[in-house]
Design a protein around this ligand. Structure first.
Ligand code: ARG
Length: 267
């Protein structure tokens, strides 16, 4: 029933810090408690591994790349192909060579986006049924959609993101099965909402829970690991037959990320 994969790549927060502001959640005067962040990450790792049954690959965090923990943005992986990110912000572009090396060392064929075309990996591209669902405007450029379609021989549903708070697709849309997604409508333009409802059965996420990054969840088999404080989505998921596990992600939310951002699915 689910679209979950059980292999993911993660990066332990050994140099995680807040050193710049590149999304509305990041404020230099509200820096994460790094000790607490490490505990929250460890718990997420344990839950994914032992309770959800995920197989976890690790990449070491590089000093000077404080957001590298958000491995979902490293690229988009399908089989042995890795489409490498080309980050919008120069602060994060420093991560690219490290992810590039990791992919190559792990046997992936790496492709880079066309010149000048920004692409933030799985942050903005998620498989759902026979489609790749992809966001654009805030971080990834629409040119990356055509490129992904060509590289992976897949259809892409292009969705415009309209609210800076949900600057990546994975902050506001969660694929659950071949034909079902959860999403926060307010993050999308009217037409994108129509496209989503046309292709999938939907669970609508409310503003209050969308602000807690409810959609930023990891699906492993029939288990959904989501940020804490989202009881309505949890209840909706349980009604659809999923087991849910919530994890406290407060110190990562301060950088505009949560459970899903901390994992890259190795499909
Ligand atoms: N501070 C990071 C950024 O703004 C957070 C990335 C979150 N990742 C995600 N997949 N949504 O780029």
């Amino acid at each position: 029933m689910s679209v979950g994969t059980n292999r993911v790549m993660m990066c332990a927060p050994t140099s995680y810090r807040l050193e710049y502001e590149i999304n509305p959640w990041m404020r230099l005067e509200n820096r994460p408690d790094t000790g607490l962040a490490a505990k929250q990450w460890d718990l997420l790792y344990e839950v994914l591994k032992t309770r959800a049954g995920a197989e976890i690959e690790l990449i070491p965090q590089v000093e000077g790349c404080p957001d590298m923990v958000f491995t979902a943005n490293a690229g988009l992986v399908k089989g042995d192909i890795a489409l490498l990110a080309s980050f919008r912000h120069p602060q994060r572009a420093l991560e690219e060579p490290h992810f590039d090396r990791w992919f190559k060392e792990h046997g992936y064929t790496v492709h880079t986006p066309p010149q000048g075309c920004k692409f933030e990996g799985e942050g903005d591209a998620l498989f759902a049924g026979s489609n790749l669902v992809a966001g654009y405007l805030k971080r990834s450029d629409i040119c990356s959609h055509r490129w992904m379609a060509d590289m992976l021989s897949t259809t892409v549903l292009s969705l415009e993101l309209v609210d800076d708070r949900w600057y990546h697709l994975d902050t506001c849309l969660l694929p659950l099965s071949r034909n079902r997604v959860a999403f926060y409508p307010g993050a999308f333009d009217e037409y994108a909402q129509t496209v989503i409802r046309h292709h999938y059965e939907t669970i609508d996420v409310e503003l209050e829970e969308a602000l807690r990054f409810a959609c930023n969840a990891v699906v492993v088999g029939d288990t959904v690991v989501l940020p804490s404080g989202c009881p309505k989505l949890e209840a909706d998921l349980q009604e659809c037959g999923y087991s849910t596990i919530n994890v406290e992600m407060s110190e990562f939310l301060k950088s505009g990320g949560a459970s899903k951002c901390l994992t890259l699915l190795l499909n």
